[in-house]
Design a binder for this molecule. Sequence first.
Ligand SMILES: Nc1ncnc2c1ncn2[C@@H]1O[C@H](COP(=O)(O)OP(=O)(O)OP(=O)(O)O)[C@@H](O)[C@H]1O
Ligand SMILES: [Mg+2]
Length: 600
Amino acid sequence: MPPSHPSSEPRASASPVPGRAGTVALGRRLVREFLSPYWPTVGLAVGCMVVMALATAATAWLLEPAINQVFLGREAGALWWVAGGILAAFVVRSLSNYGQSVLMSRIGFEILTAARDRLHDKVSAMELRFFQAHSTGELVTRFTYDINRMRFAMANTLTALGRDLVTLAALVGLVFWQDWVLALAACLVAPLTMVPVRRLGRKVRRRALDTQEETGRLQALMLQVLRGVRVVWIDGRTEDMRSRVGVLIDRIFRRQVSGERARTLVTPIMELATGVGLGLALVAGAHRVLEGGTDPGSLTSMLAALLMAYQPAKRLANLYSIVQEGLAAVERLFRLLDTPPDLTEAPKAVALPSGRGRIEFRRVTFAYRPEEPVIRDIDLTVEPGEVVALVGASGAGKSTLLNLIPRFLDVDQGAVRVDGHDVRDVTLASLRSQIALVTQETFLFDDTIRANIAYARPEASDAEVEAAVRAADAWDFVAQLPRGLDTPVGDLGGRLSGGERQRMAIARALLKDAPILLLDEPTSALDTAAERRVQRALAELSRGRTTLVVAHRLSTIVDADRICVLHGGRLVEQGRHADLVNQGGFYARLYRGHEEGAPA
Ligand SMILES: Nc1ncnc2c1ncn2[C@@H]1O[C@H](COP(=O)(O)OP(=O)(O)OP(=O)(O)O)[C@@H](O)[C@H]1O
Ligand SMILES: [Mg+2]
């Protein structure tokens, strides 16, 4: 997934089924990266499983002396050690079963945690473009569904190989040791089950892949419906959305039912095979006992072992589909983990010393898509404390230019410098600590008002938070809330108005107290009265700070120290309002449009 080819379509999250070589490679990599760190625990768990398997086989084996010596041989003394042996085998079996369960779930959650950490690290190292190119639903699916699938598949595979395979081997070994002729007769049916079980496994896998893909789509669609609920309503698309969601839900339902039917069919097939095997063993066994080829004790022990082999054999038969489902998820995870991080700190990155906030663009060119630059060869210096307004038509590249300063995006050519340091040579944390950002859309976290305002400085004192809220002209509405600053934003149930949210964002920026201030149309969503209040708060905020403000409103622009006009990604004019109007160029035209009431 090259980040340079973003698309707004929610991507199909399924991937082609890996071939055999792919499966082996994926499995190796999984073990290397996710399992080997926990090898002592894994070893202990597998040890428990082996003990459990041996105890199971021992139980079946003990039936032989029980029948031969106690019942047929009438040796009363043997009863005690046989009964004691069976009891001991069960105690060992349940203890080791408990042990392996605890250890296996621990390993499972270790894997889950490690995968989450790695995914989160990866996503944190991505540039803004990455987030624009991947739908939220898709990324959320990676974090929840895929990771859980991977944990489930790995834990099941380990258990199947450690417990079920060893148990099965021990039981089959016992059966052959007791009487190999009979064993051959009983196991005759086993190969016959292979074909239908494999075919069913493939079907289960296909259905599972489809379900995963469609569930990802459903999630993406649901997120859009929920976020865009007002658009859906006003444009009268409720029914349409309902039917689109309905179709998906219905399709997922049918796939799930069909997959489950195939999966469940494995059980009767295996049961039938066990029944036939038992029947064959019984008939052949009775003959051999009557002929004297074997004794009743061995026969009983064998039949018990065959019965006990049913469960592990069934689980092993199901393993195939579980592994396949898990691998599909693992492949998607690895694909995301393998995306090269596009936001790396230089190895010798130093902390940006806190300075006065001089911003320089030196011959900066940037393109979202190769060969289509949206910022072209821009040279611009913003002096400490200066307020520069960026104006230009929609799509001129204003927001893009702002995003280059905190390295939300990286330049393709040229350099952005802050206080003389190339932004790529300093640590991201130190760079971003020097910058406050207020955009048109204010994001509030699901936390208290205080936590939202003190987001950059959680350790700020009450007095500092209050001072910031007051300076942002937001104190009146915060003070009248039942719990003041401690009111959870969620409790307000979305009743914060655009202006109130905006002033909270300004308070957040004020409290951060950074020398550089980036404003991206902070007032364009507000009405005139709200705008005036926000405008005052912004004036307070930008005092003494190097400010780059993207503005459509004339009032903001006229007050700026300098106006820079962007057109098609180029800086075409700069100067003060009056001079630019007199010059009669781009700005004059924008300004005239303003006066006539048209949007700039
Ligand atoms: N993620 C992206 N992928 C591809 N192209 C993009 C992306 N983001 C923006 N663009 C394009 O880059 C150009 C500049 O966009 P930008 O958002 O910087 O404009 P703007 O001047 O801020 O416009 P507005 O005033 O409407 O906010 C536009 O043509 C836009 O379509
Ligand atoms: Mg913009």
